[in-house]
Design a protein around this ligand. Structure first.
Ligand code: FRU
Length: 493
């Protein structure tokens, strides 16, 4: 089949459907990326765990399907979950989704949400599934939407968080503790003081530079002009550090977080359900799903659905915390795929490659409160305030920064219904654009802001770049990652 829009340096399904990254880890010399997988078609509903491995995050092997929804506890889907490797095995925790037959709404009744466990010595072959938690183990004021376990260890205690939807249609996180990973005791709920969405999915919980972060995906937060523009949200809170290694308590103290303190991770159209893990050298790395649920969005991926596949992950992004704000930047390893470096000063260039990495240094693009007030504009600042910065990719996409607002705009139907995303950015220092055939990842100010978006340019090879208001740019063409698909026949079902 002609697959004009297949990606070169993003992980995508061998065929069919992909959503969330799952079970990310480094184990016995290999990186493991599992993912929500429906091999039977680009819009199919079965949910398995597909499995990729890599020694270095740029050469990959598709290992086949690691988890099938083949037992009573997960018969309607092996939903999202995590890997845990601290005890010398590759252990997986995931949600077994069960939908009872009958006349149910599947929110308040008719759905089972089981936490299931399985483990592997070699990282490829997994043993028997064990049932750890069922609906009966969740507090009684929850609906049946509870899922996506993330597990970690502090001292002698194991911790597990789940995302949930409460009976009053507010989202929250459930936190459990255990001494042996098998018996879990409820410890606390973490919710918002004011309404902040009806369901929180895919939690992650980790410590960076002595700060504790809670990441999750609240659904149903009201859209605002400069934030929460996607159908569902993704972001994080810095939460007060708890004492580590404390014994589990069963008091139901509710820990609250403030919606105002929530910081979005990505401002683009196609980003959801991220998870993080530690690389072999201790970097905190994030993968997101480079897509959103089409049921809730007004944009589509029709051209790739016609090619028999849908969605991908983002590139792996290294996280750093600078003054309490997470920065994301494509991992260094991706630079190995660069070739054919060119410096482009401005004006117009035809890239002549369907995948590229473009680093742009911006002219002093800054709103200067002092010069605005006093009217003493000079040089660059005047230029910038009046002409701002503009980058155009062929006739398809415009990036514009003007008066402290950054806009990503689709100029034609290459966005398949995607129109515009905006962010308030007072000062623009640099922009990095990863363009991978039909995927764009735009990193602003060293990754303080990121926009991820799919698009389907009529001619993915000849991107004509127009740069204005930038003091210099370096462009590299990007090679394809090596991916060994010799195990892919396994998904012909
Ligand atoms: C997020 C999500 C998860 C769930 C999975 C099912 O995209 O809805 O909450 O486990 O997808 O595929």
């Amino acid at each position: 089949m002609n697959q004009k829009y297949r990606l070169k340096f993003h992980l995508m399904p061998p065929k069919g459907w992909m959503n969330d990254p799952n079970g990310l880890c480094f184990y016995k010399g290999l990186y493991h990326v599992f993912f929500q997988y429906a091999p039977s078609g680009p819009c199919a509903y079965e949910r398995y765990w597909g499995h990729y491995t890599s020694p270095n995050l740029v050469q990959w092997k598709y290992e086949g399907i690691a988890i099938r929804s083949d037992c009573a506890w997960d018969r309607n889907g092996a939903f999202s979950g995590c890997a845990f490797t601290d005890d010398g095995m590759l252990e997986l925790f995931y949600t077994g989704n069960v939908e009872e037959e009958g006349d149910y709404d599947y929110i308040r009744a008719g759905r089972g949400a089981n936490v299931i466990y399985l483990c592997s010595e070699d990282g490829i072959h997994f043993g028997e599934k064990k049932l750890l938690l069922t609906n009966a183990d969740y507090p009684s004021d929850y609906t049946c939407h509870v899922r996506d376990p993330k597990v970690w260890k502090e001292g002698n205690t194991y911790h597990l968080v789940l995302g949930g939807r409460k009976a009053d249609d507010t989202g929250a996180i459930l936190h459990y503790c255990s001494k042996d990973k098998m018996q879990w005791e409820f410890r606390e709920e973490i919710g918002a003081e004011e309404n902040f969405g009806f369901m929180w999915e895919c939690p992650d919980w980790f410590v960076m530079d002595g700060q504790q972060l809670l990441m999750c995906c609240p659904q149903g937060v009201e859209r605002e002009e400069y934030c929460y523009q996607n159908p569902h949200q993704v972001g994080y809170w810095i939460v007060p550090l708890r004492e580590t290694g404390a014994a589990p308590v069963s008091s139901q103290c509710k820990k609250t977080v403030e919606p105002k303190q929530f910081r979005e991770l990505d401002k683009g159209f196609d980003f959801y359900a991220p998870q993080t893990f530690l690389s072999s050298d201790g970097r905190r790395i994030l993968y997101g799903w480079g897509g959103v649920s089409e049921m809730d969005s007004e944009y589509r991926n029709t051209p790739i659905i016609e090619e028999g596949w849908q969605h991908s992950l983002t590139v792996p992004r290294e996280l750093t915390l600078v003054h309490g704000v997470l920065r994301q930047r494509p991992i260094e390893e991706l630079k190995e795929l660069r070739y054919d470096e060119q410096n482009i000063a401005g004006g117009i260039t035809d890239v002549g490659a369907d995948a590229f990495d473009l680093e742009i240094v911006c002219t002093r693009n800054r709103i200067d409160a002092h010069s605005q007030k006093s009217g003493t504009d000079t040089g660059n600042e005047t230029l910038c305030r009046h002409s701002g910065m503009e980058i155009q990719l062929s006739e398809d996409v415009l990036l514009r920064w003007e008066n402290g607002v950054f806009v990503l705009k689709f100029l034609n139907d290459s966005g398949c219904g995607r129109k515009e995303r905006k962010a308030k950015i007072a000062e623009l220092r640099n922009i990095r654009i990863l363009k991978d055939v039909s995927m764009l990842e735009i990193y602003i100010n060293d990754g303080e802001y990121v926009f991820t978006a799919r698009y389907f340019p009529r001619d993915p090879v000849h991107t004509v770049l127009r740069l204005q208001g930038c003091s210099g740019a370096t462009l590299w063409k990007m090679k394809a990652m090596e991916v060994d698909f010799s195990n892919a026949e396994e998904c012909s079902e």
